[in-house]
Design a protein around this ligand. Structure first.
Ligand code: SF4
Ligand code: SF4
Length: 394
């Protein structure tokens, strides 16, 4: 059996103890029962057997996934099936009992959010949330559970991100840190929270990349990572000294839509990504195969020529923009991503140019993309370094 580079983000409840201002959930209605969970897992197992593949990763989230009374049973069952499980959660659930449970079940990561320094963060996520989150990160460290801090970047907090990084360094916080752009969906729309203006995007990428390099050199315990595909593309385009390569090469794949992930909502609706609210089927009514392989919309994400504005870009293989952001700006997920910094376009051959079958694209697409792109970038890097050594007379 081959292992797909694929993970399912499963929203097992809409409910949450917190109601953050920019949450994309604006109604709270459904929980996934253990029976429904098993029903879906049976479908996924049939898909795996039929195609001789393994779906390795599950990201369990909500709302607050702990609000689902079957959370513990679901996590235990996934772990028993040998699946890699991560949790997108809230700090309030990082209790010693829960951490013991997650440790025993080999959780691969627990993600919490920080959206600014104390005052700004608390204004979005509620009084005391900042300090609870810092405490939660320390507790996760005690239990040796890998942890990530996610910063959702909007116009309201864009000036605060680098100040937050400074404060986390001062506190010697040990965690991965990453950011992604706010998408005006759900409560963010209701609360009039704005996405950042495209003009300031490049300077944010630039500053973040510099900070990332500095953190690596100084071996800080806060490890700055890249999530946004456009940030990855930006870093590759700047990484002449090689630091960028070592950070990025272990995971080059760009936008996950249609290729390496999908989101299942509590009512069974499946989206290409939770931030892209276009339903491609319902897992209770259809087979996983029909949704993920046959749906005409999801198939477009696996075709280079769907991306009118990215298709000739040299960063296509690591980026392809963010269809959720494009959709929020223009109503067209394949339209121009306003945060794209690239002005150059260089045609590039890869697996998404070929007319492969859907399962082959899922199996090999990303692998081939990585190889083609990585080989070229490494050879460029070696050439540049040889040239530099020659010029320095070494
Ligand atoms: S053109 Fe598309 S693939 Fe290229 S950098 Fe911009 S968003 Fe990314
Ligand atoms: S649509 Fe945007 S947020 Fe969703 S997987 Fe693609 S790049 Fe990430």
């Amino acid at each position: 059996m081959k292992t797909l580079n694929f993970s399912i983000q499963w929203h097992i409840t809409d409910r949450c103890l917190n109601r953050c201002k920019h949450c994309y959930i604006d109604t709270c209605t459904n929980d996934v029962s253990f029976e429904q969970y098993r029903y879906v897992m049976d479908k996924l197992r049939r898909f795996e057997e039929h195609h001789d593949v393994i779906i390795p990763g599950f990201c369990i989230t909500g709302g607050d996934p702990f609000c689902n009374v079957d959370f513990y049973k679901i996590v235990e069952d996934l772990s028993r099936r040998g699946k890699k499980v991560s949790i997108l959660g809230i700090p309030e659930r990082v209790t010693t009992d829960n951490m013991r449970f997650l440790s025993q079940n080999g959780i691969s990561c627990y993600q919490v959010s920080l959206d600014g320094t104390q005052m700004d963060h608390d204004s979005i996520r509620g009084d005391g949330s900042y300090l609870r989150t810092i405490e939660a990160i320390k507790t996760l460290e005690q239990y040796d559970i890998p942890r990530t801090i996610m910063f959702t970047l909007g116009e309201h907090n864009r000036k605060d991100m680098f100040q937050l990084i400074k404060e986390l360094d001062k506190e010697d916080v040990a965690a991965d840190f990453t950011f992604d752009f706010l998408v005006e969906e759900g409560k963010a729309k209701v609360n009039c929270m704005e996405m950042i203006s495209p003009e300031c995007c490049e300077s944010i990428f630039d500053e973040y990349f510099q900070q990332m390099q500095r953190h690596q050199k100084e071996k800080k315990r806060l490890r700055l990572r890249m999530k946004s595909p456009m940030m990855k593309a930006y870093a590759l385009s700047k990484s002449e000294d090689g630091i960028g390569y070592s950070t990025i090469l272990n995971r080059i794949d760009g936008c996950h839509c249609g290729i390496s992930s999908c989101a299942i909502l509590p009512n069974g609706d499946v989206y290409p990504c939770r931030r892209l609210p276009i339903c491609i089927g319902n897992i209770y009514d259809e087979d996983f195969e029909e949704i993920i392989l046959d749906n005409e919309f999801i198939k477009r994400f696996r075709r280079r020529d769907s991306y009118a504005l990215c298709e000739d870009c040299q960063h296509f293989t690591v980026c392809r923009g963010c269809p959720a952001i494009s959709y929020s700006f223009s109503g067209n997920p394949f339209g121009k991503t306003p945060y794209c910094f690239s002005k150059k376009t260089v045609p590039n051959g890869d697996a998404l140019s070929k007319d492969n079958g859907e399962i082959d694209l899922l199996l090999n697409g990303v692998g081939q993309l990585d190889t083609v792109y990585t080989r070229r970038m490494i050879s460029d890097y070696i050439k540049k370094n040889m040239q530099r050594s020659k010029e320095n007379g070494n």
